[in-house]
Design a protein around this ligand. Structure first.
Ligand SMILES: [Zn+2]
Length: 157
């Protein structure tokens, strides 16, 4: 096969309209389908959203003092996204059992991870609301239910 040769044609039609909602979440693919279903069924965000995923999700927005490079990288991209796409709603979702949070050693050791992730969601949401006056910002925490086999549930934070 020559480079540049078509190897696949999507069966899906192209829809040029832009989604109003941007979801910011972790890259962890185990949660991807649950997050997309949550967006369709609960958020009524339509069948498509813009999607910003980095390990740990919203966490760079809490790093203004600790790791300003990471903060600025994230901020610049969200600003460009909102401006170019006319985003009216940002939904930040953190999840239980997040490898990024488990592996990080910066900050307080005394908070449990869930409390820390919720704190980060709230802090980031405040930052986003300062940055984008006209944009609605919502935050959620996805976790396992108590059932076996596990189910995924979403809490408003
Ligand atoms: Zn994660």
């Amino acid at each position: 096969m020559m480079p540049g040769g078509i190897v696949y044609e999507s069966t899906l039609p192209w829809d040029p309209s832009r989604p109003a909602t941007t979801i910011i979440t972790c890259v962890d693919g185990r949660w991807y389908n649950h997050v997309q279903e949550f967006a369709r069924q609960h958020l009524n965000a339509g069948s498509r959203t813009d999607f910003v995923a980095v390990p740990g999700g919203i966490e760079p927005l809490t790093l203004f003092d600790l790791v300003p490079k990471d903060f600025n990288f994230f901020r610049r991209r969200i600003e460009a996204l909102v401006e170019a796409h006319g985003t009216s709603r940002i939904v930040a979702i953190a999840h239980q059992d997040c490898a990024w949070y488990k592996s990080r050693n910066i900050g307080s050791f005394t908070l449990d991870l869930r409390a820390r992730q919720i704190r980060d969601l709230r802090q980031s949401a405040a930052r986003l609301r300062e940055m984008f006056r006209g944009v609605t910002v919502e935050t959620y925490f996805a976790r396992f239910s108590a059932d076996e086999p596990k189910r995924v549930v979403f809490e408003l934070v």
